[in-house]
Design a protein around this ligand. Structure first.
Ligand SMILES: O=C(O)C1=C[C@@H](OP(=O)(O)O)[C@@H](O)[C@H](O)C1
Ligand SMILES: C=C(OP(=O)(O)O)C(=O)O
Length: 456
């Protein structure tokens, strides 16, 4: 986990951002690659794995439950799986750090094994709602002992055989969907998740890739029915993890708002359940182009180039939210310097992420001179029309990597720059972020590689 000692950093207005960078591996896919490899029978190899703290927490937990997991090189890992049903009793509490995905997906896995596990996490994770996974996993027979409000620390006792269920998601959440599917892997018979609003489908793609019997039916009303046959035998795989579109959004927005910029991010995952941010930026007039489009490990991938653009405000349809749920903080930064009003709604989920992202983005943007109104479920932003914002404020990152990176990007287009009180949370998803930004600004030296990693 990152240092408990806060590290402030100041991000100043700079000249154009230029260059080609690679962002680290996709966080959602990296978690799932470790988990499913650990449940396969035999050795899987993973390349391009995100070596951020959240994924390392998943790897440590799977090790604690019996999988043999080794790092063989930068982003390259081998995993010796224990087989579905083979997870072992961990001898200590599983420390999930800051990671909601690790917690909720692993709660699913434990639920259908004959083990119990205690989950703990940092101050941010310990406030986040776990009732949304406790509910369906209880129906499958698992027992829970959670802190008040259904939060961490909590204990899960799994049941074998677990009860396969049909579950309609009450909230658009890929984590809840995945928790139920992962529990269903070791339940006898068919587990079905009914998904009224589509969310990221990496679990479905990867489960199939590992040989699980999983089908997806799209009903005429747009509702997805995901059916998984349990007691699956997963076959080991070689997985190449594409770059994270959520991480790529930071250099892309930085380029769009900084006059004279042109930035290319290579090898970025372009799964349609994840690319809402790019679609919405294009709707605002962003000059974004895609090249080298291809498929990698069952996921579409492309190189993305963004050039400085005069953006104009738009109304973001609420149904787009799940496909850009983690990108709203940096999207709000783009909207703050666009021409005209940007309206967002239906974003209640942003209040239960690593921080209350609606409240923190509203107050932080107001503090640097943006015109922002917070509503119950969204923000209304009246952009500066391309003018730099005032800046000069110190922003609290509140254990939220995306808040920290969003204000680092905003600092690009402020007269006085922005100080983020603690940038250490960035290591949860994008350890090379600051080096990448320096390189794009031309402040680098020869010890920085094009992918943003530093020369050791
Ligand atoms: O399944 C996943 O990997 C994720 C799902 C999303 O959370 P929700 O399921 O809570 O929407 C997202 O915000 C998170 O960063 C990763
Ligand atoms: C919400 C996020 O992650 P998690 O839920 O895994 O903590 C995120 O990365 O923005």
């Amino acid at each position: 986990m990152h240092s408990a000692i806060p590290r402030p950093a100041t991000f100043l207005h700079s000249g154009p951002l230029r260059g080609t960078v690679k962002v680290p591996g996709d966080k959602s896919i990296s978690h799932r690659a470790i988990m499913l490899s650990a449940l396969a029978v035999g050795e899987s190899r993973i390349s391009g794995l995100l070596e951020g703290e959240d994924v390392l927490a998943t790897a440590a937990a799977m090790r604690a439950m019996g999988a043999k997991i080794e790092r063989t090189g930068e982003g390259s890992w081998t995993v010796q799986g224990v087989g579905v049903g083979g997870l072992m009793q961990p001898s200590a509490a599983l420390d999930m750090g800051n990671s909601g995905t690790s917690t909720r997906l692993l709660m699913g896995l434990v639920s259908s094994h004959r083990i119990s596990a205690t989950f703990i996490g940092d101050a941010s994770l310990s406030k986040r709602p776990m009732g949304r996974v406790i509910d369906p996993l209880s129906l499958m027979g698992a027992e829970f002992n959670a802190s008040p409000g259904g939060t961490l620390p909590l204990m899960v006792r799994g049941l074998v055989p677990a009860i396969p269920i049909r579950y309609r998601l009450p909230v658009a959440s890929a984590q809840v969907k995945s928790a139920v599917l992962l529990a269903g892997l070791n339940a006898p018979g068919r587990t079905e998740v009914v998904e009224p609003i589509p969310t990221r489908d990496h679990s479905e793609r990867m489960l199939r890739g590992f040989g699980a019997d999983l089908s997806v039916e799209l009903a005429s009303n747009g509702v997805r029915h995901i059916r998984l046959m349990g007691e699956a035998e997963l076959k080991p795989q070689n997985i190449e993890v594409p770059g994270d579109p959520s991480s790529a959004a930071f250099p892309i927005v930085a380029a769009l708002i900084t006059p004279g910029s042109e930035v290319t991010v290579t090898h970025v995952g372009m799964n349609p359940t994840r690319n809402g941010i790019y679609k919405m930026l294009e709707a605002m007039g962003a000059n974004i182009s895609y090249s080298n489009e291809r498929e990698v490990g069952g996921e579409p991938v492309a190189d993305i180039t963004a050039r400085h653009s005069i953006l104009h405000g738009i109304e973001v349809p609420p149904e787009v939210a799940p496909s850009m749920i983690d990108e709203f903080p940096v999207f709000f930064v783009a909207a703050s310097v666009a021409r005209g009003r940007t309206t967002t709604s239906g974003l209640d989920e942003l209040r239960v992420k690593e921080s209350d992202r609606l409240a923190l983005m509203a107050s932080g943007l107001q503090a640097i001179g943006a015109v922002v109104t917070e509503t119950e479920d969204g923000l209304l932003i009246d952009g500066s029309g391309g003018e730099p914002l005032e800046g000069g404020a110190t922003i609290k990152s509140a254990l939220d990597h995306r808040i920290a990176m969003s204000f680092a990007v905003a600092g690009q287009h402020c007269y006085k720059g922005i100080t983020v009180d603690d940038v250490t949370p960035i290591a949860t998803s994008f350890p090379s972020f600051e080096i990448m930004l320096m390189m794009l600004k031309g402040d680098d030296n020869s010890s920085v590689f094009p992918d943003g990693s530093a020369n050791p």
